[in-house]
Ligand binder design. Structure first.
Ligand code: ADP
Ligand code: ADP
Ligand code: ZN
Ligand code: ZN
Length: 844
């Protein structure tokens, strides 16, 4: 362990003071924290840590920065609320590294986020080996995103898209009327095209395969767009008669071939759904010119150390570092010859290679050596992305700023945590401050200063329980953090459950898994462990989910649905199959941390189905019956009952000239979201808006006579969400909260057993006290006859499971194997497992 610093107040360079912070649930708190130190904010989920670190400190630093730029520039920034705080003094400029899937900017990759790709292009341009007679090319020409660099055939996409008769007409026994041309638009758009074909004299009632080849080809592929009279509702005979009589048509319709429709929609639509729909009719293959490498031939002909730039970008960073090392040190073979012939080139190569090596090493130190530069950011976990951005900061040589981080240990195996701490130490040594929201006890222990927020969540939190050097927290009896930080570390050995059967997979192939066999016990609680990048998610969240879903006939939507479709690589085949045990699984449920909705129109009450019951209660009240209001009347998404001024949003956007637009409560309903008539109806003296404003705890007492509502609320309390308001918009919920809401909606279903639950790092964002609540719920699921499989790094959770599968031993190609599988005590004895020592120290 690192040596502890002197943490007496005099040891710090200066302090940041906060007075009267009231953001969200903060109770008008005052706080003094040191600068140039590692300050960790702790407390149960929902206690107010983020409201303090991000909502107040970071937001204020940001606001001050924006004050200093022109109003015009300010408009370009995201809407940033002014924090509710009286004063903050001594605050340095801030950089936030938050846990969020960075908006998948088109074509962003590890190389572009870290700016390493820029350096690499410079290396190829200035120090690459050119074929004889080829002129030096500029660095930009090594980027597929520039006109100079993009492969002329595929325009830098690496893939070409085509449509075929087969892809657009999947079932050729259907007639055109029966929608043989699946690629055409649905609903009216499709009928329109059919009616146009009728006018044009094609037979729309003959099976597709019986139509003449020439006709089929024209309908699918022509670029002609004839405009013809259309008589909807007429039979083909009536249409021909109408045409002959020159009858006034209903309208003039424009024909569009299926291919034209697919490509036009693909290129022009703004709707991801539409894009997705037409993409299913397109076939894509590697570009024949660049073989998927996206660059023009001249660029690919330049080599460094024998690799073209795309090849190098596809290697794990660890390998890249090894390849560049001899160049950085001036010991590369063939070096003397180059020295003599092109001395300047050799010097440039050494400079750039040195710089690249230094930067890559920071990434290796953070345990990211298994990633390649080409890896696209949407496929990274939020934790990986945050560490990449942290590494980028580490060599940006900023000083005097405060970094505000959200759980940097997320996704890290305990054996990787030390390098994270070293990286943070590096930023601090360079003269920066670190404000970190964290639950990991190993990180909390290394803090120079702790701020514990609590004691509980929401209304019952928002106070500063402690602010000072970590040791002092021991005295604070109210603190839940103190219990875990100074409490008993070992966990009593429990007797693991016996599996009721096994789910066996064979030949699993995906990412770094090559022909792997794995067995998951049924009817018990299994944890899957291993260092970051070892292959846990590939095995559990990808292949296992896909194989089981396929057997159950579910459709799994692609993970990166919202990203740029073009960024998705070729569809991956699920390598492997299930050899045993699938017959005992009837349902598959994934409980992840993705938002439950992206608009303020969805909230906890709507998501869990709780709101349906509540609306029925209102509809059953005497006044509602008299006025013939049905349950739909009490939805803020339906025109009948909602406030028309704000369309049920509760607020309106006010455009300000030269200033960012602001949201203000709706002047008509004052934020209630409903119209006055609807609000006149009450249930036990409360109107529907007042009910939505209740916390789960309050509502639980209020609805004690309504078994269905009460049951749903009980479960929400049990997963620790008693502090949330029923109508809290989905957009205000954290990932952990969203996950627990999903879990709660599962728990309130009648349990029939035989369900497989899969969770990927469910403890992210959870305080150890919340982790216990979560575990209790997972135990309930197993007790009810279900199977639970969890990818996890928290050793307390692993120690409490029935079966452990450790993947590794290392990351990337150094991992991908089952190192050991067994009960926690068996795995703790393993000699090769990186997890074993950490598990062993917990079990006694
Ligand atoms: P923590 O970081 O400790 O988990 P937060 O600071 O995120 O807690 O939340 C503290 C309280 O503020 C919670 O009750 C949470 O529901 C509420 N809250 C969080 N974000 C918002 C928001 N944008 N608007 C209103 N309330 C919020
Ligand atoms: P873990 O879940 O143990 O952190 P992953 O299963 O996410 O590990 O990753 C295992 C390996 O597969 C790593 O080398 C990772 O970089 C690679 N990998 C994971 N997902 C993808 C992907 N979508 N595209 C390419 N490589 C991937
Ligand atoms: Zn190409
Ligand atoms: Zn309104």
């Amino acid at each position: 362990a690192t040596t502890k610093q002197d943490t007496s107040p005099k040891a710090f360079a200066g302090f940041v003071t906060v007075r009267g912070a009231r953001e969200h649930n903060l109770k008008n708190v005052n706080l003094t924290i040191p600068r140039d130190a590692l300050v960790v904010f702790t407390g149960v989920s929902g206690s107010g840590k983020s409201s303090l670190a991000f909502g107040t400190l970071y937001a204020e630093a940001q606001r001050r920065y924006l004050e200093s730029v022109s109003p015009y520039a300010r408009r370009l920034f995201h809407q940033m609320a002014v924090p509710d705080v009286d004063a903050i003094e001594g605050l340095p400029p801030a950089v936030a590294l938050q846990q969020q899937r960075g908006t998948p900017t088109t074509r962003s990759s590890v190389g572009s986020v870290t700016t390493l790709s820029n350096l690499l292009r410079m290396l190829y341009s200035r120090a690459g080996d050119y074929p004889k007679g080829q002129n030096i090319i500029y660095a930009e020409a090594f980027s597929p995103n520039t006109a100079e660099g993009a492969c002329p055939t595929c325009h830098g996409l690496g893939r070409i898209y085509e449509v075929t008769e087969q892809s657009m007409v999947p079932d050729d026994s259907l007639t055109i009327r029966e929608r043989a041309i699946a690629a055409w638009p649905t609903a009216w758009g499709g009928q329109n095209q059919r009616d146009i074909l009728v006018t044009l004299g094609f037979d729309v009632d003959k099976p597709w395969r019986d139509l003449p080849k020439k006709d089929r080809h024209w309908i699918l592929f022509t670029d002609e767009q004839p405009v013809v009279p259309v008589y909807p509702g007429y039979t083909p005979e009536q249409t021909q008669r109408a045409l002959k009589r020159k009858e006034e048509p209903n309208y003039m319709g424009t024909f569009t071939s299926a291919r034209r429709h697919v490509f036009h929609t693909f290129a022009n639509t703004n709707s991801p759904l539409m894009k997705k729909r037409v993409m299913q009719y397109m076939l894509s293959t590697d570009c024949p010119t660049c073989q998927g490498k996206r660059l023009r031939p001249e660029s690919l002909s330049v080599k460094f150390a024998g690799y073209d730039i795309t090849e190098l970008s596809r290697l794990p960073l660890k390998r890249v570092a090894c390849i560049l090392k001899p160049f950085a040190e001036g010991t590369a073979t063939g070096h003397e010859k180059q020295d003599a012939e092109h001395p300047e080139q050799a010097i440039v190569a050494q400079r750039i290679a040195e710089d690249l090596c230094a930067r890559i090493h920071v990434l290796l130190d953070l345990g990211l050596g298994y990633l390649s530069l080409e890896r696209s950011t949407p496929t990274l976990s939020p934790g990986e992305l945050q560490r990449i951005r942290l590494a980028t900061q580490l060599y940006s040589h900023l000083f005097g700023v405060v970094y505000v981080l959200d759980e940097p240990s997320a996704g890290l195996h305990p054996s990787d945590t030390l390098s994270l701490l070293n990286a943070l130490e590096g930023l601090k040594k360079a003269g920066n401050s670190l404000f970190i929201v964290e639950h990991n006890l190993d990180v909390i222990r290394q803090a120079d200063w702790l701020v514990d927020v609590g004691p509980d969540a929401g209304e019952k939190g928002g106070k500063i329980l402690y602010s000072g050097p970590p040791e002092g927290l021991q005295e604070v009896t109210k603190s839940k953090t103190a219990t875990y930080l100074f409490g008993r570390e070992s966990i009593p050995v429990r007797i693991p459950r016996t599996p009721t059967g096994w789910l066996r997979l064979s030949g699993v192939t995906r990412n770094n898994l090559h022909n792997l066999d794995a067995a998951f016990p049924l009817g018990v609680f299994t944890t899957v462990t291993g260092v970051s990048g070892s292959g846990k998610s590939s095995l559990v969240s990808q292949v296992l989910v896909e194989l089981v879903a396929e057997h159950l006939g579910h459709v799994i939507l692609a993970e990166e649905e919202e990203g740029d479709e073009l960024e998705r690589a070729a569809p991956v085949q699920t390598g492997g199959h299930i050899t045993e045990g699938i017959e005992s699984i009837k349902r598959l449920v994934r409980v992840d941390q993705k938002p439950i909705g992206r608009t303020p129109r969805s909230n906890m009450a709507t998501y869990t189905g709780l709101f349906d019951h509540v609306r029925k209660l209102f509809a059953a009240s005497p006044m509602a019956k008299k006025r013939r209001y049905d349950a739909g009347r009490f939805s803020f998404n339906v025109a009948k009952g909602r406030c028309e001024n704000c369309q049920g949003e509760g607020f309106v956007m006010v455009e300000l000239l030269f200033l960012p637009s602001v949201y203000a409560p709706c002047p008509v309903c004052h934020g209630a979201r409903y119209n006055a008539k609807t609000l006149e109806v009450t249930y036990r003296d409360k109107n529907i808006a007042e009910v939505l404003d209740m916390t789960v705890d309050t509502a639980w007492e209020f609805f004690d006579e309504e078994p269905q509502v009460h049951r749903a609320l009980t479960v929400l309390r049990e997963v620790g969400l008693g502090y949330l308001r029923l109508g809290q918009p989905a957009t205000e919920l954290s990932g952990g909260e969203a996950q627990r809401i999903k879990l709660a909606s599962e728990l309130q279903r009648t349990q029939r057993g035989n369900t497989l639950y899969i969770l990927d790092e469910p403890t992210t964002g959870l305080h150890p006290a919340d982790v216990e609540k979560l575990l209790a719920q997972l135990e309930n699921l197993v007790e009810a006859g279900n199977t639970v499989i969890v990818v996890e790094h928290t050793m307390r959770v692993v120690a409490g499971s029935d079966w452990v599968i450790d993947i590794g031993p290392g990351a990337g190609e150094e991992g991908g194997k089952v190192v050991v599988a067994g009960t926690p005590s068996e795995v703790a004895q393993s000699k090769n497992s990186k997890t074993a020592p950490f598990l062993k120290s917990l079990l006694h």
